[in-house]
Design a protein around this ligand. Structure first.
Ligand code: CU
Ligand code: ZN
Length: 190
């Protein structure tokens, strides 16, 4: 019994020595952890980093920010061919060499493909993004169909920039051609 107690004390003593030795590192890790926690249940911002597919140089960043029941979309893409490019949220949040692993347009409400001017459209239909002669494109839009929660949530879905323009008519793709860049929508720091 006595032996067991003293072993316990010894273990504690060694343990606290290790703790003192690591306290510098531990302090930093703890401070970072405190800044991050607790995780908020409500998502107000999301981000997708777009990476080029095999035959493309297109890349960029898309942020989604919820404000007053709407989501503001801000996109900055570079490395595109000049002109219009279909810009959609696709069903699956996965990049692949040809972009096809992202599936079709995100369509949780079973509507037809269309432009952004109507609520009767694929939730993922975000229209076209237009690149200038340097291949750079920016886009800002506000949309009430985009959600971060519930069955139509866009979190974890894919963002795709296409090689060609979306014609808003051809079903179910808008005839926007191949996929130039793909990103995954993740929860962002508010
Ligand atoms: Cu698409
Ligand atoms: Zn569509």
């Amino acid at each position: 019994m006595t032996t067991k107690v003293s072993k316990g004390v010894l273990t504690l003593a060694v343990g606290s020595m290790v703790c003192v030795g690591l306290s510098g590192l531990r302090g930093t890790a703890q401070a970072q952890h405190e800044k991050m926690a607790p995780a908020k249940a409500t998502i107000t911002k999301a981000v997708a980093i777009l990476l080029p597919t095999k035959a493309s140089k297109a890349e960029g960043r898309v942020t989604f920010t919820e404000e007053g029941g709407k989501v503001k979309v801000h996109a900055e893409i570079s490395g595109l061919t000049p002109g219009e490019h279909g810009f959609h949220i696709h069903e699956f949040g996965v990049w692949s060499e040809d972009g096809m692993a992202s599936g079709g347009h995100f369509n949780p409400t079973a509507e037809k493909h269309a432009g952004t001017d109507t609520a009767k459209r694929h939730v993922g239909d975000l229209g076209n993004i237009t690149a200038n002669e340097n291949g750079k494109a920016t886009l800002d839009l506000e949309d009430a169909s985009l959600k971060f929660h519930g069955p139509t949530s866009i979190i974890g879905r894919g963002v795709v920039v296409h090689e060609k323009a979306d014609d808003f008519k051809t079903q179910p793709t808008g005839n926007a051609g191949g996929r130039a860049a793909v990103g995954v929508i993740g929860v962002a720091k508010p």
